[in-house]
Design a protein around this ligand. Structure first.
Ligand code: B12
Length: 251
């Protein structure tokens, strides 16, 4: 019987799943320049070791916020798309999120804790939900813009959120939910805060939630993109009510 032999070694080190197995067309996102493109691809390919050097180098010429928005978040959005089209599975998604978070950490260090704090924001990911990447991006952007973030983490019980608002008296509270089964915690938090007379803007985002859902309960303001968080916090610091924020940011 004739032995099977590889005649072309060109693709030997290429990721088999992207090149040959995916039902889609592979990586489709493009960044604004070559440096950002390389960083974005490191996220998509889950290259945590390589991303550190690239982000370090990029930080010598680019604003950390540009690297976060135009490479790191962009890469993670592409990962979500590759998951949706069936090209990516859990291992790739976990590697990608590790790479994105390593890059964000470097950018956060560069931005430092320079500015005087403008106000406190409590952030959390809904009870039962471990999808905290959106929340981590929100944390990084708020900190970068001078807000003190009380990060309650993921899978946070309703009580813990309500107690944190009582304790820290933030200008705004945020929630992230990626599952239809977990987003229902937001309405419970909203009712509890409202009953306690703590009527601050409660900005809710994450793949599972829609504007229609979030604006269906008191205090709820829908956050479509993490980049909106600093502007929303600034409005809250300036006395903006949840109704005013809802009117400004939601249709
Ligand atoms: C990454 C991922 C994971 C990772 C999570 C890693 C982590 N640390 O977060 C891992 C592998 C652990 C995982 C596990 C699971 N996952 Co998962 N996962 C995903 C995936 C592929 C991407 C989600 C993601 O991180 N996107 C990128 C982030 C940045 O997006 P984001 O959070 O939505 O944030 C953006 C906006 O929404 C907004 N935003 C978010 N929050 C806020 C807050 C404010 C204030 C503002 C202004 C904006 C804002 O800003 C961000 C952009 O700038 C999605 C599929 C998809 N296409 O979304 C499935 C998905 C969310 N997972 C799903 C499921 C079912 C699970 C599991 C139950 C699987 C299992 N059977 O075990 C477990 C969950 C266990 C649990 N209890 O939570 C389902 C949920 C279905 C549903 N609608 O209920 C999805 C939709 C996949 C699917 N189509 O079935 N998952």
């Amino acid at each position: 019987m004739e032995a099977l032999a590889i005649s072309n070694y060109d693709n030997i080190f290429k990721r088999y799943d992207l090149v040959s197995e995916g039902s889609g067309q592979g990586i489709m996102a493009t960044a604004k320049d070559a440096d950002l493109q390389k960083i974005m691809e490191c996220v998509i390919e889950g290259e945590t070791d390589d991303i550190l050097g690239l982000v370090d180098e990029a930080l010598t010429k680019l604003d950390p916020m540009v690297i976060i928005n135009d490479a790191l978040i962009k890469g993670m959005n592409e990962v979500s798309r590759l998951w949706d089209e069936g090209t990516y599975y859990l291992p790739q998604v976990i590697l990608a999120s590790d790479a994105m978070l390593a890059g964000i950490e470097l950018c956060e260090k560069k931005m430092g804790k320079s500015m005087e704090k403008k106000g406190i924001v409590v952030t959390h990911t809904a009870e039962g939900d471990i999808h905290d990447l959106g929340q981590k991006i929100v944390n990084a952007l708020l900190r970068a813009n001078g807000y003190e973030v009380i990060d309650l983490g993921k899978d946070v019980p309703v009580d813990t959120v309500v107690n944190a608002v009582k304790q820290y008296k933030p200008v705004m509270v945020t929630g992230t939910a990626l599952m239809t089964t977990t987003m229902t915690a937001f309405e419970k938090i909203s009712n509890r805060l409202s009953a306690a007379g703590l009527e601050i803007p409660f900005v809710c985002g994450g793949g599972a939630v829609s504007e229609e859902y979030v604006t269906g309960y008191k205090l709820g303001v829908f956050g479509k993109d993490a980049s909106q968080a600093p502007g929303m916090a600034a409005d809250a610091v300036n006395g903006g009510t949840w109704q005013e924020l809802r009117e400004k940011y939601n249709g």
